[in-house]
Design a protein around this ligand. Sequence first.
Ligand code: FES
Ligand SMILES: [Fe+2]
Length: 395
Amino acid sequence: MTSNTSLDAILSELRSNAELPFEESRNAPPGMYSSPEFLALEQEHIFAKEWICAGRADALSKPGDYLTMEIADQPIFVVHDRNGDIRAWSNVCLHRMSLLLEGRGNKPVITCPYHAWSYGLDGQLRNAPYMDDSAAFDKKDYCLPSIRCELFDGWIYVTLNPDIEPAAERFAPVRDIVTGRYQFENYQETFREEHVWDTNWKVLAENFMESYHLFQLHGPTIGKQSKVEEMDMPPGGATFNYHWITKDSKFALATAHPDCTYLEGEWRRTTALITLYPGHMITLTPGYFWYLVLQPQGPDQVKILYGGGMAPDFINDPQGAEHVAKAKEILDAVNEEDRIGTAMVHKGMKANLARSGHLSYLERPNHEFGQYLARQITGSAACPTPDVEALSAAR
Ligand code: FES
Ligand SMILES: [Fe+2]
């Protein structure tokens, strides 16, 4: 299978692989990671249809705080408005369609950089210089198109899809099974960055959702503290997958703070790795968390929102600043290993002799992700069923 493989062949292989039992499945076909036609289908059937994460809500804590992003090539901005709500709007001026905002920051009013039409935080046009003589123009007719925006579990989610169920419903099992246990809504974000990596977005997503690579690729950093034989990979659901790993209790920042009373037993040193489809990945430990939000930039690059923070016990500790700095140092080193590893995979996949091998039992989430892609793009019905009782019994 090569990168020149036809779209029909890619779709057929994606679907047949997704419909195999996990034990017989292979990695998805290599052409899926480099085909512009496949990416166009992903934009249409995945990114334009799903809830897409915009980061932690506490990143927009004051009126006027905003961030910008794109969903399926639609530029949007998310802003904390004057009523205290977080709202999202099209980031395209209603005059001659310039982008309005870039990056993130704080603005009381949004002024277009081209001819200075200015908008309130409610999207309404407030002022338009030198337009008084345009007889047909009435500024009351101009309000930026609103984008659906909801908060769930401390996250901001946005979508272009008017019909999708609320984010809190779609991702409820993630909170019930995983994040509620950690009281994740109280964790505080301490950093948030954006990067562009030279790989396909799915290579990075799949890298995140298996911990099989920890002992090798992350050997120099966290490999030795992560025990492959103590990993659990329960079935995920239609909108997410997850797995657990137990960290060596000598790695203090990944284990519960002595003041933490809500985690008991093995949970005090258990890390959860969660993927909310399509590309919101969270590593949640009793001490710190970090996350990625993946946004494709063509088939060969991915824009990454990379953020993280800590549980309140660690932040409020007298050594809080030290803990935050130490966690960031480790995460940056691990992420650099993943950057190099995923670029090597993407390069390898483009080779004429590239072939997809069988998955390890440690890569069940990867198979479920393939099933998700197949459902969204080919209409396959293959889907896991989350097994909450088996999980509770396992610990
Ligand atoms: S394009 Fe925005 S004011 Fe002209
Ligand atoms: Fe990794």
